[in-house]
Design a protein around this ligand. Structure first.
Ligand code: PTJ
Length: 246
């Protein structure tokens, strides 16, 4: 049991969610290690959603709401363990489809993650089992297998906690890529069009909130928010914050 008044209660609680996800076969052991790396960066950014991250969250929400673009939320084990409720909520607000896409792919995990998302209200989860019949070109990892009606056909793909290879491959396919990554130096962070440098457990509720706030805006004003966002500049500001400059 984590005492409520423990100074690091929140961080310890997040670890518990991942360990629980590991026991339920949603998360891989490597996902626990990946989280540890994320924690180190989170410590450096002050374990709060920065003003810089808020800008990226706004751009991400606007991009997911664009009416003429097909959006898909890609879900891996860590995301399924940390924020299944918010993924389903974000899908409901933006109309984006939900697709399971795993680096360490096994059918057992795919179905377990699908069931977890359905338990939180998701319907028609893409990318599971034989549905992942299309391939992302020039990508050798298991992440290349995607749903022809989902990521393959999408204009915009949201890929929290991603590996750089797929982000680059998706960008080469002409898709707009949005990610959440606490490491502003990662290949994913640099290759994506919108990188939210924040912990997924804080970024997702904020993204849901922002999408709700922007819903109903006309296309022109959403496009303006997206095109005013400069990912390179935003990442430089996050790095500056880590170095103690803000
Ligand atoms: O479920 P699977 O099989 O698809 O595997 C998922 C993992 C996460 C294991 C896989 O994608 C992986 O190995 O990821 P990487 O390459 O280690 O990248 C994870 C990135 O996410 C790193 O840059 C971390 O700093 C960052 N990260 C980790 N935890 C969080 C995070 N960013 C935001 N919020 C977090 N909670």
């Amino acid at each position: 049991m984590i005492p409520q008044d423990h100074p690091r209660a929140e961080s310890l609680h997040t670890r518990e969610m991942l360990v629980d996800g590991f026991r339920r076969k949603l998360v891989v052991a490597e996902g626990l290690i990946a989280h540890g790396r994320g924690e180190a960066y989170d410590y450096l950014i002050g374990e709060r959603t920065s003003a810089v991250a808020k800008k990226a969250i706004r751009a991400a929400a606007a991009a997911l709401l664009l009416p003429d673009k097909r959006a898909v939320l890609s879900v891996n084990g860590n995301a399924a363990a940390l924020c299944p409720k918010e993924i389903v909520e974000l899908s409901g607000i933006t109309g984006a489809a939900i697709e399971v896409n795993l680096f360490y792919r096994t059918e057992e995990r795919e179905y377990a993650i699908k069931a977890e998302l359905e338990r939180h209200g998701a319907r028609n989860v893409l990318g599971v089992g034989p549905r992942a019949s299309a391939k992302i070109p020039e990508l050798s990892s298991e992440r290349r297998r995607v749903d022809p009606d989902g990521i393959f056909a999408a204009d915009t793909v949201f890929v929290p906690l991603e590996d750089g290879d797929r982000t680059e491959a998706l960008a080469r396919m002409g898709k707009t890529v949005i990610t959440v990554d606490l490491n502003p130096l990662s290949r994913t962070a640099r290759a994506a069009h919108v990188t939210i440098v924040d912990n997924l457990v804080r970024a997702m509720p904020a993204l849901v909130h922002e999408a709700q706030a922007l819903k109903g805006r006309d296309e022109k004003s959403l496009k303006k928010i997206v095109s005013a966002f400069d990912n390179e500049k935003n990442l430089a500001q996050s790095l500056k914050k880590i170095r103690g400059g803000i």
